[in-house]
Design a protein around this ligand. Structure first.
Ligand code: ZN
Length: 347
């Protein structure tokens, strides 16, 4: 009896859990319907802390701080931000996040920013994609306007150097094999090179509750047809090894934007994105359970995406689901909207 009651009194082991939340589902720099720019929040923990012990942000497009505040996760509560690439629609929210962190939490830990090392582009005119410089100069406009000096006098605790001083940049050289780029306790983040623009990388988070791959805007290394798929072989590798990822979060373009469909959407931009149909096929091959389509081109419900007009009128979530299912995916398809989540294990 004594043994039995002692067992009953022992606290239940808190089960590990993972929550993946879209902080913004907008595809590209266009603005539509109040959607935030591209981003995904990954939280890991257990039942006792609401899966909220580790908080990782992947990309931080326009309005990221506002979506995070609805969860709520505040800027100083993020442990790290990972960038897939240096397009503005994926980084617009960083100045805001770092300014807030500098303003209110200069005394707290600096934010890890994990991204590719400087990546020279192969182009007619040489240029370099540089996450390091983005962060180094993130507060320059506020320094030039005088705000940083003014607020520093208001509060002597604020870090000299402004918002950039609230971050630590950790760069890596992306290549065709997964490499661990960040870890904390049981959470491990790996990265792989992928094609879109120079320096593009895709990520995988492994935890005891499950795993998620964040593809970003990855596309196939072969920039246009003929090719077997518009998706990235490296992202597929990341989603497959060492075991099938549970969740794939990926930017998706609907086949209706294709150059043969009359939307006027530029063919090279269409071909460098992964189509919803090819993503469905890849997720099936990789053995994923959930496919989260985000960064939707076109946005749901719009009759015009950027300068391109939708030939057959606005698309619904069902149109994206059907496109992914046409690729053969038999798992759970989630069509991206701001703050939609997938939890592992499901509640
Ligand atoms: Zn993008």
């Amino acid at each position: 009896m004594l043994v039995a009651s002692a067992l009953l009194a022992a606290p239940a082991l808190a089960a590990p859990c993972l929550i993946v939340t879209l902080t913004g589902a907008q595809g590209g720099p266009s603005v539509y319907g109040g959607q935030a720019g591209a981003g995904t929040l990954v939280r890991y923990g257990d039942d006792s802390d609401g899966c909220n012990a580790v908080r990782l942000q992947f990309d931080a497009g326009r309005g990221t701080s506002m979506r995070l505040s609805q969860i709520p996760v505040l800027a100083h509560q993020l442990h790290a931000i990972f960038f897939t690439h240096m397009h503005s629609d994926h980084v617009d929210g960083l100045a805001d996040l770092l300014q807030i962190r500098w303003h209110f939490n200069s005394g707290g830990p600096r934010l890890d920013i994990v991204c590719s090392a400087d990546a020279p582009a192969k182009a007619a005119i040489a240029y370099i994609m540089s996450c390091r410089k983005l962060v180094e100069h993130i507060g320059d406009a506020y320094i030039q306007s005088g705000e940083i000096a003014q607020r520093s006098l208001e509060d002597k605790e604020r870090l000299a150097g402004g918002p950039a001083a609230a971050a630590i940049v950790q760069t890596f050289e992306p290549n065709d094999e997964p490499q661990v780029v960040w870890s904390r306790g049981e959470v491990k983040v790996s990265a792989i090179r992928s094609a879109h623009i120079a320096g593009h990388a895709s990520y995988r988070v492994d935890t005891p509750a499950g795993s998620v791959v964040i593809g970003g805007d990855a596309g196939n290394d072969t920039p246009a047809p003929p090719r077997a798929s518009s998706t990235s072989a490296q992202v597929e590798k990341l989603a497959t090894l060492p075991a099938s990822a549970d969740i794939i979060v990926h930017s998706a373009i609907h086949p209706v934007m294709g150059p043969d469909k009359g939307s006027g959407f530029p063919a090279p931009i269409f071909h460098r994105q992964s189509t919803a149909t090819d993503l469905g096929a890849m997720a099936q091959r990789a053995g994923a359970k959930h496919l989260v389509l985000t960064h939707l081109i076109p946005s749901l419900g719009t009759s015009q995406h950027g300068m391109a007009k939708l030939p057959g009128g606005p698309l619904s979530a069902a149109d994206y689901k059907n496109a992914a299912a046409a690729g053969g995916f038999t798992g759970n398809i989630v069509v991206g909207q701001d703050l939609v989540s997938v939890r592992l294990p499901a509640k």
